[in-house]
Write a protein of this length. Structure first.
Length: 253
């Protein structure tokens, strides 16, 4: 078994490293030195695979390949054990996400929610296809849901290699909105609210846990806010509407 050699196709399947990424790591950092077959194909040993699996796990945890490429296997294992220890303490076990939209999400709030934002873009065309960490989910903000929205958000999910996609919207027909609730996609209304996002994360990621102090329950429901906004007043003014808008902003991010 120790003499077993693996071609690059099987190696990438076992390690989860894309072929072009593996070639780049070999070329730039010499992470492993595979032998060659008579036909010139790369052949990887079991020890190569073990090393690559460790490196992949560390990169997924946030390490840059340049900082760990030349570490010994023992050092790689020690470093990975350190991450696992931190993760058990809850300091590293965050969900990574990308935002396509204009919501302002401050770091202190995200830290308290055990979320890490890897990227934020107004234009989906500016998203990358590879990020330094695995992407757990992507939030896509749109004004109005329509028939083509499902294909749009799933294409974004595929591009950034996210596990899930959460579509945040203002308006839409019920029939179109229902189509977005699939195994890999869900919906949420704008503006984004902490409690709604936390609830969705708990429902979709079994490992997700939020520690620290609990958020206070909302004192006014959406229905109550609507009543305030639409209430009649003796003097014609926009005060109820403005008040409702202010409250909504205060309970959102």
């Amino acid at each position: 078994m120790e003499n077993q050699n693996y071609r690059i196709g099987l190696t990438t399947q076992i390690t989860g490293i894309r072929p072009e990424t593996l070639r780049a790591w070999e070329r730039r950092y010499a992470v492993v030195n595979p032998t060659r077959s008579n036909a010139g194909d790369r052949l990887y040993s079991q020890s190569d695979l073990d090393r690559l699996v460790l490196i992949k796990k560390l990169c997924d945890s946030g390490d840059a390949i340049s900082t760990i490429a030349n570490l010994t296997e023992e050092d790689l294992r020690i470093r990975l054990d350190q991450y696992r220890t931190k993760s058990s303490d809850g300091s590293v076990n965050k969900l990574n996400f990308i935002l396509v939209g204009s919501s302002i999400l401050d770091k202190s709030t995200l830290d308290s929610m055990k979320l890490q934002m890897l990227d934020v873009q107004l234009d989906a065309n500016k998203l990358k296809s590879n990020y330094h960490k695995k992407v757990d989910f992507v939030i896509v903000e749109i004004n109005t849901v329509h028939q083509g929205t499902l294909d749009y958000i799933l294409n974004i999910k595929k591009q950034v290699k996210a596990q899930k996609v959460l579509c945040a919207y203002h308006f839409g027909r019920d029939a179109d909105i229902k189509k977005l609730n699939t195994l890999d996609s869900s919906t949420i209304t704008l503006p984004l609210a902490k409690d709604h996002v936390i609830k969705w994360c708990k429902e979709n990621f079994g490992e997700y846990q939020v520690g620290g102090k609990n958020f206070k329950e909302r004192q006014l429901s959406d229905a109550q806010l609507k009543t305030i906004i639409e209430s009649d007043v003796a003097i014609k003014c926009e005060c109820p509407k403005h008040l409702g808008d202010i409250i909504k902003k205060n309970i959102s991010f």
